[in-house]
Design a protein around this ligand. Structure first.
Ligand code: NAD
Length: 309
């Protein structure tokens, strides 16, 4: 376990009661929401998965079952554990379904106005002790928390994609987050068998603050003609020992996501070193968003994917 020692509670501080998280709610049944529901259910907790779009809920349940089947095939999970975990997940299109939850993890669309709208509709349905965690990749936890009726029970819990596979979660306190909320969410992350990095509430936290500017720099290298797509990715794979090259990784994350994180860094830190590369902007404007649209820095209609420059 890699818990930041500075963030650990003072030894022997028995005055803090750590709230128990027995029942979890997840708002948003997209890519991240279904992964979060998957790991919570496998860890033995009843989970309510909610989305305003019923088709997203149907797709999420199918995806979770499919991903659990892969874990069963690898011997990581038994067929009985899979069946029990699936039985713990209930779905709903109503916020009222969260009435008994101890923690609601919000994994809605990465737009501040959408998240604020979710909290406004959600909070009247919650019990007063219920904590809220946002899975946001880049929006200020302090600002999101301040828009709710319980900023002291609001925290950032940033899972990585794909959630069942990636070991890391970042935990981010807003300025108002209280210690019991931090301790409860830390205990939950450990129960999910994750490794924790504690980040302060600065734009893009730890991983994206470092990773996405590296990707942006790789796009600049391409834009300035330093090297081809293959030259850049081969260079970083074999020269820096990265599993994926930065442009291949950009296509995997989604070029629109990479651009929006660069914009958050550029605006949030007011520093020109975070200027998004014009070529990245152009690709996004063209709708070349990476794997999900079939074309980014690679063309995915070919096997193996062909570099486009
Ligand atoms: P997504 O677009 O796949 O899913 C978002 C879901 O939210 C959709 O199903 C949408 O229907 C639902 N939604 C929108 N408005 C809603 C509302 N008012 N009430 C309930 N549901 C609503 O997005 P995602 O990739 O799963 O990202 C979700 C969050 O996780 C974002 O904050 C994102 O920044 C963060 N995140 C994403 C990744 C990633 O790699 N995709 C990684 C880490 C964190």
């Amino acid at each position: 376990m890699n818990v930041d020692v500075q963030a650990a509670p003072a030894a022997g501080d028995l005055s803090l009661e750590v709230p128990e998280i027995a029942r979890v709610g997840v708002v948003g049944a997209g890519l991240m929401g279904n992964g979060i529901a998957h790991v919570c259910a496998l860890a033995g907790m009843p989970v309510v998965l909610m989305d305003v779009r019923p088709e997203q809920l149907e797709r999420a349940v199918t995806t979770i079952a499919h991903n659990m089947d892969r874990q069963v095939a690898r011997g990581a999970v038994t067929a009985e554990a899979k069946a029990a975990a699936l039985a713990r997940i209930t779905t709903s299109t109503e916020y009222a379904a969260f009435a008994d939850c101890d923690l609601v993890i919000e994994a809605g669309t990465e737009k501040e106005e959408v998240k604020r709208g979710i909290y406004k509709t959600l909070t009247p349905h919650l019990k007063p002790s219920c904590m809220i965690a946002s899975n946001t990749s880049s929006i200020s936890i302090t600002r999101l928390g301040a828009s709710t009726d319980r900023p002291e029970k609001f925290i950032g819990l940033h899972f990585m994609n794909p959630v069942p596979v990636m070991k890391l979660v970042e935990i981010i306190r807003g300025i108002a987050t209280d210690e019991p909320t931090f301790l409860a969410v830390q205990a939950l992350a450990l129960k999910l068998d994750k490794t924790i990095s504690v980040a302060e509430d600065f734009p893009a936290f730890i991983v994206n603050r470092i990773l996405v500017p590296m990707i942006n720099e790789a796009v600049y290298a391409l834009y300035e003609g330093v090297a081809s797509v293959d030259g850049i990715d081969t260079g970083m794979k074999l020269g820096a020992n990265h599993r994926m090259g930065p442009l291949e990784l950009a296509d995997f994350i989604g070029l629109d996501t990479c651009l929006s994180i660069m914009q958050v860094l550029y605006e949030g830190l007011s520093d020109s070193k975070y200027r998004p590369c014009p070529l990245l902007v152009k690709y996004v404007e063209a709708g070349w968003l990476g794997r999900k649209t079939g074309r980014g820095f690679y063309d995915y209609t070919q096997t193996p994917p062909r570099p486009t420059r």
